[in-house]
Design a protein around this ligand. Structure first.
Ligand code: FE
Length: 253
């Protein structure tokens, strides 16, 4: 599946120095040390009008009910039309009229990550969540699950010692992450695969990793369908929805 208009090709790498320069250009304070992303479900302003350069809400690549019974149409509609849209609206409002307006989403995420002030943190929390959700929707396939094939399977077997060992590590990262966040399959600069979990809006691209696949483990992703049983959601997601073709395309990219 092709990247959305505001998500550059996933294999493209951009230098952090460029993000730092962009952050400085738009007046975002420079970060002095790594900080965890703050929990912020942005409720801020929504633009009264949408400029032509504004980021657009990614359309779902399947029907609302296509992921049932693992994820209901009710969950998908709230998640996409309310949560994802709020992150997008807040990102557009924050960058409107600034040099970041019209920039690719990844540039906005990196520039905000470089900032250390409250404005930067708020922008990062919203823009990164737009990126994460764009990636999450494509990490699922109504006909997904099972095992990957070809190069991706070979890389998983090489770096985890087998698919089952990977599946256990991924489930542990996703299920065991305390509080809101994300579980990821990632590749480093050398192409070595690993799993990671991130909190709140945090994401691999600001940690030098390339995302291959992600699962959203914020409660809004599963609570209506699985209540507190996050492990059930993660297990069923792996068995029936994991989009290995998407992951393989990210590894190849
Ligand atoms: Fe979410």
């Amino acid at each position: 599946m092709e990247p959305t208009s505001h998500m550059p090709a996933l294999g493209r790498r951009q230098l952090m120095t460029g993000a730092a320069a962009l952050a400085a250009a738009v007046g975002l304070g420079q970060r002095a040390f790594a900080r965890p992303a703050l929990a912020r479900t942005a409720q801020d302003t929504v633009p009264a009008t949408t400029p032509a350069s504004a980021l657009a809400l990614m359309e779902l690549p399947y029907a609302d009910n296509a992921l049932e019974p693992v994820i209901s149409a009710n969950t998908i509609s709230f998640h996409h039309d309310k949560h994802h849209r709020a992150y997008l609206n807040n990102t557009n409002a924050a960058v409107a009229g600034s040099p970041l307006a019209g920039k690719p989403l990844e540039d906005i995420v990196r520039a905000a990550f470089e900032g250390s002030d409250a404005k930067s943190r708020s922008l990062f929390n919203n823009a990164a969540q737009v990126w994460n959700h764009d990636f999450y929707w494509r990490s699922m396939d109504p006909d997904g699950g099972g095992k990957p094939e070809g190069e991706l399977l070979a890389a998983i077997e090489r770096d985890f010692g087998g698919f089952d060992a990977f599946a256990e590590a991924f489930a542990k990262a996703a299920t065991g992450h305390f509080a809101s966040g994300w579980g990821w399959l990632v590749a480093d600069e050398a192409g070595k695969l690993s799993v990671m979990s991130t909190g709140n809006a945090d994401l691999p691209l600001v940690h030098g990793k390339r995302a291959l696949l992600t699962i959203d483990v914020w409660e809004h992703a599963y609570y209506l369908d699985h209540q507190n049983r996050r492990a059930d959601y993660v297990r069923q997601w792996m068995e029936k929805l994991a989009n290995w073709r998407f992951a393989a395309s990210n590894l190849a990219g």
